[in-house]
Design a protein around this ligand. Sequence first.
Ligand SMILES: Nc1ncnc2c1ncn2[C@@H]1O[C@H](COP(=O)(O)OP(=O)(O)OP(=O)(O)O)[C@@H](O)[C@H]1O
Ligand SMILES: [Mg+2]
Length: 363
Amino acid sequence: MARDLVLDQLTKKFDSITAVSNMSLEVREGEFVCFLGPSGCGKTTTLRMIAGFDTPTSGSINYDGEVINDVIPQKRNFGIVFQSYALFPHMTVEENVSFGLKMHKVPKRKITERVNELLALVSLGDQKHKYPPELSGGQQQRVALVRSLATYPQILLLDEPLSALDAKIRVNLRAEIKKVQTELGITMIYVTHDQEEALSISDRVIVMNHGYIEQVDKPIEIYKNPNTRFVADFVGTSNFFEGQIEGNRVTDIKTGLRFVIAKDVLAAVEQSQKKISISIRPEKIIFHRHSGQVRGDLEKTNLKEGTIEVITFLGVIVRSLVSVADQHIIVDITEKDFEKNLFRMGDRVQLYFPPEDFLAFGL
Ligand SMILES: Nc1ncnc2c1ncn2[C@@H]1O[C@H](COP(=O)(O)OP(=O)(O)OP(=O)(O)O)[C@@H](O)[C@H]1O
Ligand SMILES: [Mg+2]
């Protein structure tokens, strides 16, 4: 039977604060999951309960078919990697990685074998005689990663392991963590508040907010089909409007902008809810020069005129802030299309909001 981790109605209170609220989740053996959410939403607290450092106020943690609430951390055999590398500064890389194995009284020859194998996995074989202060941040975190793997943990728990590193190293190292996870087939639970990081490495993402789970899904589903307004807002970028539904139309209360929304999209919200929130991703909005290039079969209501206020080059895409009825709409188009059309700040443009590309949420 697979050694799954099952959280059942897990709750943690600190005096008056409920840090984690009725959290239920199954993490399958060999799976890579991310806890994603804003600061204070309970990610670390959940991880600490899984590790055994914090005792749940109520609910249970089940591993391999047994309740482990009262099992001490050492007996759980879950490895942990924190944001700070926490290596022993007076020990070499090799001594750091072999530390846990020595504590477990593993024979010397076996230790050497294991340490060499792990250091090779993260391309640090030639650094093993160095001391941590002689290594870069990225190298230190690689050592911390394999040190936590040395004793064959059942699950590896990682709490923002890359947040102290600069952007480029972070991207490289997360690919490396994913590679190690795939090669070893180990279950990993990874905490981050960086949505790009979560989407890029996980099999499934657990989006948390105020101690609750908002959504558990594959990265692509989290992005394309967010369950709640919170998820749509936290993951990626969205333009939001709020208003009354009248038939297939929604009129934004603040700006008076009116949109026709596809039936399928509106089916996602309860019919009884008159006031809803709708959103559209910046890359779904179609950007036209204001010169009648617009096709005749488009839904005319969803064509809006605006002025380009700000242009930001983000590499492959160009992001524009377009003011429409005193609201800033974020629109992304590829750099190639942008250059082709020679858009400039101050240009009058026409935006098209495809009815089927909206998302709708109850309020
Ligand atoms: N030991 C503690 N005593 C009292 N309150 C705590 C304790 N640990 C955490 N909290 C509170 O519980 C809530 C969740 O904290 P937690 O550290 O789990 O958040 P987090 O999602 O990891 O945030 P961050 O992204 O900032 O690390 C917060 O409101 C925090 O202040
Ligand atoms: Mg935290």
